[in-house]
Write a protein that binds this ligand. Structure first.
Ligand code: NIG
Ligand code: FE
Length: 422
């Protein structure tokens, strides 16, 4: 299909527009999906021209319009996955087996495995190999109905290896229809060679990595893994304050295993998001509210490490926070690209409603990446990233679980070829 030709999407049992104010949706607003029953959508030049009841929209279409028949199914914005570790070499199926036999994620990390084992493999990989791996996973994301992701570096941990990862992310974005928004995560783990002097590694991140990342315009955001045994609040603050000087937006892995002051730090430095938050308390929630931080919740990483401690999503929504849901796709704690799995976990384990979960996975996620003007909802003027799912009602997406449901995926009005996944 030619991107420039007008497109008419018809017979949508529900056109889930997420139309609303141009800002993240908070509290009860998260339940408003702007659903048009028996809806249709007109697309021109890769952007949405009009949405509305079918009878009305059909009249606006020109005679030569190409018709996409949703055939009584639902149509919604492509998912925006606001927290992924897209590019890495190898995988950790061996550690997965160890965890099945009783070892914990943190024990494996403390004994030199975990992130550091992926770092060893990633350092040994060429940029072309990393691009190939990233492209494979990009196809998985697209096949699941995700059209935009945030993609972090963080498995290189040397100047050249971090740049290699960010360049690989840039290539994946160029070579595939998946939109990738890059985040520099040089402070993801303390590498082997700096174990006895983590401050010297923070120096390297601040004085050598960040200037190169900024000069080559390789990232829009900077993130740090702030956690006991990883980076302290003080070290994370140094990295984030330096990143701010380079005008990068700030995100933070916070309160994943311990509640160690990371949310307070996120508020202090003006972070856009605080991510994970499994251990966050009511005080942390109040702080995020005051600082207008969007919490990014990652229930698949809780599920996959075999924990029961999910982030307090209900309390966050009830406090008026604009919650985001993401996969945290990575080879350790969350080996999934499936936003449908995340919706299921959000509803069954964190007691979000299906509507709240949809908002968190689309428009709120887009705002957390500074893309709320362009992506995350089906409104006139926005980029036509949308998905036809094999369902008649949006609630089915979180209800049925464990199988793909995508019928067709469109990026900027162009249908994505979902077949050659392997
Ligand atoms: O978000 N917590 C730190 N980073 C990832 C895990 C990365 C890995 O295990 O490779 C996370 O869970
Ligand atoms: Fe993560």
């Amino acid at each position: 299909m030619n991107q420039n030709e007008p497109l008419l999407v018809t017979n949508c049992a529900q056109l889930i527009t997420l139309a609303g104010p141009t800002r993240p949706r908070a509290g009860l607003e998260m339940r408003e999906l702007g659903i048009i029953p028996d809806g249709a959508m007109l697309i021109s030049n890769g952007r949405i021209a009009a949405t509305g009841p079918q009878a009305k929209i059909e009249k606006l279409a020109s005679a030569d319009v190409q018709v996409v028949d949703a055939n009584g199914r639902i149509v919604l914005p492509g998912f925006v996955d606001a927290h992924t570790h897209l590019v890495f070499a190898g995988n950790r199926a061996d550690e997965f087996e160890m965890r099945c036999m009783g070892a914990t994620y943190q024990q494996i990390a403390a004994s030199g495995g975990g992130i550091r084992s992926t770092v060893r493999k990633t350092r040994a990989a060429t940029e072309a190999q990393l691009v190939a791996a990233g492209e494979k996973y990009a196809k998985w994301f697209l096949a699941g109905g995700t059209t935009t992701i945030e993609a972090k570096s963080g498995y290189g941990l040397t100047v050249e290896d971090e740049l290699k990862l960010l360049r690989a992310i840039r290539s994946v974005a160029k070579n595939t229809p998946l939109r990738c928004i890059p985040t520099f995560l040089g402070a993801h783990e303390i590498p082997e060679e700096y174990r006895s002097d983590s401050d010297a590694y923070v120096d390297l991140v601040v004085k050598q990595m960040l200037p190169r990342v900024a000069k080559e315009k390789l990232a829009e955001f900077c993130d740090v893994f702030c956690e006991e045994e990883v980076f302290t609040v003080k070290q994370a603050e140094r990295v984030l304050m330096a990143a701010k000087q380079y005008r990068l937006g700030l995100r933070l892995h916070a309160d994943q295993f311990t509640c160690c002051g990371a949310v307070e730090l996120a508020a202090r430095v003006g972070a856009k998001t605080a991510d994970h938050l499994e251990q966050t308390t009511s005080e942390g929630i109040a702080m995020m509210k005051r600082a207008a931080i969007q919490p990014v919740l990652l229930p698949a990483s809780v599920y996959a490490i075999g924990s029961q401690k999910y982030a307090p999503a209900r309390e966050m929504i009830d406090a008026g926070l604009a919650v985001v849901l993401a996969t945290d796709f990575n080879p350790g704690s969350s080996p999934t690209t499936s936003m449908l799995m995340v919706l299921s976990l959000a509803c069954t384990q964190m007691k979000m409603t299906p509507a709240e979960a949809m908002t968190a996975a689309t428009i709120n996620a887009a705002h957390s990446l500074n893309r709320g003007q362009e992506l995350g909802s089906l409104e006139p003027g926005k980029i036509a990233d949308f998905v036809i799912f094999d369902a008649e009602d949006y609630r089915e997406l979180a209800y049925f679980f464990g199988m793909p449901r995508t019928v067709a995926v469109f990026s900027a009005g162009r249908q994505v070829d979902l077949c050659p996944v392997l």
